[in-house]
Design a protein around this ligand. Structure first.
Ligand code: B3K
Ligand code: ZN
Length: 908
């Protein structure tokens, strides 16, 4: 589809569907190339007046159509490639539609497709219309009965949503299963799976004493890798009961792992389908990060059962209603799991680690998006292809907007608001406004003078607000006045909408004050409008919550004799950028003693950012620059602060990412930036060699592997120490990396060593290790994905290496995980290689986007987004990036997915 025939869809055009869909009976006769789908749809008109029945379609053809048992002739309906319209129907009627599909030829992995030896579906957002003619929109909910039949030997398992009603053998070696889902659902939550699998299962009791069967289906031979997934699922069930009072509503909950999948996982009712990378995990083949991602994604999809499935979206503009809320829920789940069983202080540190990781993801992906050509509010107003709006903004910023409501209402208030939301909307398809209405109802009960009217602007305005802070200390009065002013640039479509006026946001802004020697100060406000944060205060943080709702406001605190150091936006209480002119000395105080672990990390990052950007400038001018002594001292002190938990210490000592740093540069000079960051790393490795070596020795995790956060933290600190030392060319560390690679008892240590070797070892041993790893793991696709990714991101990898790897027999563009592991990793996480001034990285991108687009446009458009911020780069890079974008835009037959991305990028 070209851009011309993919019109823009507007939120304001929403019209309710004129019919209810009372029941859906779907009969699917599975065959690799000729699957016959017969769907029987029972409709009732909502109004007395007749209305047109509109059904969606994509890439399917109509074999037969019956209305109330009578065949319909071609003159009785209108048929276009994407619509079937039967004019002026009223009352109740039954429509029977037959289509024939070729699942083996479906490389889009949308609708019904084959992967390996099984059949799978993916219907969100608009995949069901690739299976049958249907009102494929989330506000048309119905009860589904699904009959599946297939060859019994090849496909012994036939699965769909809900409960299994019957299984029967049929003639010719086929068999049949009938499934019934008792809950109303939209078509995007439909799923079917057929194949042969290993199954791991467990029956558990819900808090109301009901027995429910949990099952994990995975490829034959992979059952030993699903123990963690099943345990994670059980933990998710218990957590949602405990934290939100939400119980599993079905008797059976299934997760199926599949190798070919466009994203992470999908929350189909009772039958989640997962990218195998988020199911399979054992110590030999999965890293700590993999284990934690499996737990988080299993939690996320499970939590959708209530936030997404029981209460769903009215239309796709409301996507954040389910995604932002469910990301917030999975973040809280992980934080609670990480803090479980720890004392208050250790728990605060564990929670801070999770918050740091989430905020880092937001800043690396969402902040640039919110400043670029695709910028949109968490509830967009328009789109061309909905597939392009599963964005960091809808998900991650959406979660921040929910988190702010949690902060404003407090944990109890938020829980009451959630209860109210379900009381009002269970079983419905609703809007983001409906969610905020439920929260506001609870909020105004406890805060009679307040409402969430200004807060709602987070749903309609895009862009990252800048909050400028000034602090005035009056020594005579012993007062401190903090003045906060907000300003948010116009972004994305806001720039071309002439009437658009940006209004102030409601920003919950958590602050503390420290004395010059790092002691937390009690905060007593003159007007007492700042509230005490409704969270534990393990170290006497004295955090106060300022609510900025106007362009500028001030707060005055008393009893402060000497000029304090402000600790701002603690716990990242709002998705904003803070502007305050700290001195280096003040940042050093915060980075070593702020009792709020998040703010402490933030101060260290600010110090490192100054160093790296300063050096980038110097290197560009051909100068050298030594590291500041204060910075080095802070790094050394934190490295040796044994009172800190290892995982938190690893975060404190990790340099800001290139993506975060690039955001602070204008224009972006990716190659010098990357070199400067590398040089700072090398320098820190040298000046603190003794401390790093001690850290490397002290953080071994002997014995049986466990992915718990304490052990994982030790491994991350140990591997960080190894990489600093190797960056500094430390001979002993080089030897140690080779030993660790050979002796590793788990994949985290193996990859920690191999990563350091591939990036920093320049002798023969490097290639030997690469070959050795491949030979050892060539039969495990998820491990080979890591092998490709490691080489794609290695500091000295250039396009020739990537092209060589693309010709490797194990490479395939058709498998999304493999394409992501090599090409995406190179384009996204290898600045020196991708932005090489010879333009070879951009040429590779152009070819890959076009090649992928002809196979799988949804995956191609993700890769297309790599060029979003082309206009922020140096002029020489800009013009090359622009011409690559133009080349893609002008390609004949481009999908609407990629077309939307590149044309928006070029529009700025
Ligand atoms: N809801 C799915 C995402 C579907 C993406 C379709 N392009 C997974 C999730 O967010 O849980
Ligand atoms: Zn989701």
């Amino acid at each position: 589809m070209t851009e011309e025939n993919s019109p823009t869809v507007y939120r304001s055009d929403y019209q309710p569907y004129p019919f209810t869909l009372d029941a859906v009976a779907l009969n699917v006769e599975l065959d690799e190339n000729r699957t016959v789908v017969t769907s029987t749809l029972s409709f009732t008109a909502k109004n007395a007046a007749p209305a047109d029945l509109v059904l969606n379609a994509e890439d399917i053809s109509l074999d037969a159509l019956h209305l109330d048992g009578q065949p319909l002739g071609a003159d009785a309906y209108e048929l276009t490639p994407d619509l079937l319209v039967i004019a002026q129907l009223s009352g109740s009627f039954e429509l029977r539609v037959q289509t024939t599909l070729d699942p083996a030829a479906n490389s889009l992995f949308m609708g019904l497709y084959k992967s390996g030896s099984g059949f799978f579906t993916q219907c969100e957002a608009e995949g069901f219309r690739r299976i049958t003619y249907f009102p494929d929109r989330p506000d048309v909910m119905s009860i589904y009965t699904v009959t599946l039949s297939a060859d019994k030997e090849k496909y012994p398992y036939l699965l769909s949503n809900g409960n299994l009603v019957s299984s029967t053998d049929l003639p010719d070696g086929r068999h049949q299963a009938v499934w019934h889902d008792p809950f109303h659902k939209p078509s995007y939550l439909f799923a079917l799976v057929a194949g042969d699998f290993d199954v791991r299962e467990k029956t558990v009791k819900t808090h109301n004493g009901r027995d429910v069967l949990l099952q994990i289906y995975s490829d034959k031979g992979s059952r030993d890798k699903t123990e963690w997934a099943l345990a994670s699922l059980e933990r998710s069930l218990v957590w949602d009961e405990k934290r939100f009072g939400l119980e599993l509503d079905l008797d059976r909950f299934m997760i199926v792992a599949v190798r070919d999948f466009n994203m992470g996982a999908m929350e189909n009712k009772g039958l989640n389908i997962f990218n195998s990378g988020y199911v399979l995990a054992d110590p030999d083949t999965a890293t700590d990060a993999n284990f934690s991602a499996v737990e988080a994604v299993i939690g996320h999809e499970y939590f959708h059962n209530w936030t997404g499935n029981r209460v769903t979206c009215r239309d796709w503009f409301q996507l954040s209603l389910k995604e932002g809320l469910t990301v917030f829920r999975d973040q809280e789940f992980t934080a609670d799991m990480m803090a479980a069983g720890l004392d208050d202080q250790a728990a605060a540190s564990a929670r801070a680690v999770k918050r740091i990781d989430d905020v880092s993801v937001l800043r690396a992906g969402q902040f640039p998006e919110d400043a670029g050509p695709m910028a949109h509010p968490i509830r967009p107003d328009s789109y061309e292809s909905i597939g392009n709006f599963y964005t960091a903004t809808v998900y991650e910023k959406g979660a921040e907007v929910i988190r702010m409501q949690h902060t404003l209402l407090g944990a109890h208030g938020f829980r009451d608001g959630m209860d109210e939301y379900f009381r009002r909307h269970d079983g419905q398809a609703v809007t983001c406004d409906d969610f905020v209405n439920a929260m506001e109802y609870v909020y105004t009960k406890s805060h009679p003078q307040r409402d969430l009217s200004i807060f709602r602007r987070w749903y309609s305005q895009a862009g990252t607000p800048r909050v400028q802070v000034t602090m005035n200390h009056d020594a005579a009065q012993q007062t401190v006045t903090l003045t906060l002013s907000q300003q948010t640039p116009l972004v994305g479509v806001e720039k071309i909408r002439k009437d658009f006026v940006k209004k102030p946001f409601h920003i919950p802004f958590a602050v503390g004050l420290l004395s010059a020697d790092g002691q937390p100060l009690a905060l007593n406000e003159i007007n007492d409008s700042a509230s005490q944060l409704n969270t534990p205060d393990p170290k006497g943080e004295h955090t106060r919550l300022l609510e900025l709702t106007e362009q500028s406001q001030s707060w005055t605190f008393t009893g402060i004799a000497t000029k304090p150091v402000p600790s701002l936006l603690r716990d990242f209480s709002a998705p904003v950028i803070v502007q305050y002119e700290w001195t280096e000395k003040e940042l050093a105080v915060l980075a070593q003693s702020d009792p709020n672990p998040f703010a402490r990390w933030e101060a260290g990052q600010a110090l490192a950012t100054r160093e790296i950007l300063g050096l980038t400038n110097a290197l560009q001018k051909g100068e050298q620059a030594a590291l500041s002594e204060t910075f080095v001292q802070v790094w050394k002190n934190n490295l040796q602060d044994a009172g800190l938990d290892a995982g938190y210490r690893a975060r404190l000592l990790t340099l800001p990412s290139e993506k975060f740093l690039a955001e602070q540069m204008d224009p972006i000079e990716p190659v010098w930036l990357s070199r400067a960051r590398q040089a700072v790393r090398e320098n820190l490795g040298k000046v603190a060699a003794t401390e790093w070596t001690a850290t490397l020795q002290d953080n071994d995790t002997p014995g049986t592997y466990s992915p718990d956060p304490i052990s994982a933290g030790r491994r991350s600190l140990k591997n960080l120490a190894l990489s600093y030392l190797m960056a500094a060319g430390d001979e002993a560390a080089c030897q140690q990396a080779l030993v660790q690679y050979q002796a590793a008892q788990n994949m985290t240590d193996c990859m920690g060593a191999l990563g350091a070797i591939v990036n920093y070892h320049h002798g023969d041993k490097r290639q030997e290790a690469i070959v050795d790893f491949y030979e050892k793991w060539q039969h495990n696709p998820l491990v080979i994905d890591k092998w490709f990714a490691l080489q794609a991101t290695a500091a000295d990898t250039r396009t020739e290496t990537i092209r060589g790897l693309m010709a490797h027999p194990a490479f395939s563009l058709r498998n999304p995980n493999r394409a992501r592991s090599l090409i995406f990793q190179f384009c996204i996480n290898n600045a020196e290689g991708f932005h090489n001034q010879d333009g070879s990285g951009y040429a590779l991108w152009t070819e890959a986007v076009l090649a992928l687009d002809s196979i799988n446009p949804e995956v191609a458009s993700r890769l297309a987004r790599v060029m979003d911020n082309w206009a922020r780069y140096t002029p020489a890079l800009q013009s090359q990036m622009k011409s690559s974008l133009e080349q893609v835009r002008d390609h004949e037959g481009l999908s609407s997915n990629v077309s939307e991305i590149v044309s928006k990028a070029l529009r700025i």
